[in-house]
Design a protein around this ligand. Structure first.
Ligand code: SAM
Length: 310
């Protein structure tokens, strides 16, 4: 079947659509509408012009593939933006947008590719990804003034509750090619998006379809110890689950970050009491709790707890 432009209808990579048929192999098309595979492309056009586009492609043998067209955004330098390194944290940047508002950003390890519809921009020949604090608790914690972010270039990070890769992709940017992010996620749909949309393009991400309550099941996939464990699983026993993983994977004096959702633990308790209770679980298992940062307004009834193994 011959492909023509008239067959090409596109959908932006919004969450409602992207999970529906991503089993198939993905191809990246560097030019808009440049599908030239002898396949028919179907779908519906939506989305902004400068967003990554995806479409379902039916091959001659009937197999379905998802094609992602990556427009050449970020080729122009955004002259009206100002970017400076974060004063405390390596490979995290502060950006002032055209309207004067402030955001965080990371250097894009995969230039031209977005993960969750975030804005890409170029400054002094480097492409950055705006890091949305309403979509990422780690970004929210940084804006709320967390003092310790134990995620740095060359670090090995175990990420529990990776979902479809929003925050893991920024962690991947920060640790860069010399570091690694081991991502554990037990929801099939989320891990499929993580694999197809993120890990396929980032060699420093290893996705694992596993239950974070059972670290022995993925121990063989993680060589050596990790510098930091980041945990965002929204489970009743978040702190216990995290420390169980730390006992297996964390270096001596290694760090943990727990994105604590009070409502997953007890909806009736005062959130601050829940955070203190979870912090005490960490202390009782040999951690020095450095800080507890409330994430409102970015995330209601959530806090980031940062601790280091004594
Ligand atoms: N950390 C992600 C981010 O910022 O991009 C969002 C994570 S979302 C709030 C919580 C995720 O934890 C969900 O995708 C859920 O499927 C996953 N999860 C919950 N319990 C889990 C478990 N026991 N093992 C692995 N993943 C789990």
């Amino acid at each position: 079947m011959k492909s023509t432009k008239s067959h090409l209808h596109r959908k932006s990579l919004n969450p409602d659509w992207q999970g529906k048929d991503l089993n198939a192999e993905k191809s990246v098309l560097q030019e808009e509408n440049s599908v030239d595979s002898g396949a028919e492309v179907t779908g519906t056009v939506t989305g902004e012009e400068d967003h990554a586009m995806a479409a379902e492609v039916t091959g001659e043998d009937g197999t379905k593939t998802v094609a992602v067209a990556v427009p050449r955004i970020g080729d122009k330098t955004d002259v009206h933006l100002k970017v400076k390194p974060h004063p405390k944290f390596k490979e995290i940047y502060q950006v002032k947008l055209e309207d004067g508002s402030q955001r965080l950003a990371t250097r894009n390890l995969t230039p031209g590719l977005r993960v969750y519809g975030e804005r890409l921009f170029k400054f002094k020949n480097v492409e950055y990804r705006v890091w949305d604090a309403f979509r990422s608790k780690l970004a929210g914690a940084i804006i709320k003034g967390v003092q310790n972010v134990p995620i740095e270039p060359a670090f090995k990070v175990l990420y529990l509750g990776a979902a479809s890769g929003t925050t893991p992709s920024h962690v991947s940017d920060i640790v860069s090619e010399s570091g690694h992010v081991f991502c554990v996620e037990f929801a099939q749909r989320s891990i499929r998006d993580l694999v197809n949309n993120v890990a396929a393009y980032r060699t420093n991400i290893s996705p694992m379809l596993e239950d974070a309550r059972l670290p022995e099941r993925y121990a063989m996939f993680i060589s050596g110890k990790v510098d930091t464990i980041y945990c965002d699983v929204a489970q009743p026993e978040q702190a216990k689950l995290l420390v169980d993983n730390a006992d297996v994977f964390l270096k001596p004096q290694g760090w943990i970050m727990l994105a604590c959702k009070s409502q997953s633990i007890d909806v009736t308790m005062d959130p601050n009491a829940v955070y203190r209770q979870e912090a005490n679980v960490l202390r009782s298992r040999g951690f020095d709790v450095k800080e507890i940062v409330d994430l409102e307004p970015y995330d209601k009834a959530h806090a980031m707890i940062v601790a280091q193994r004594k």
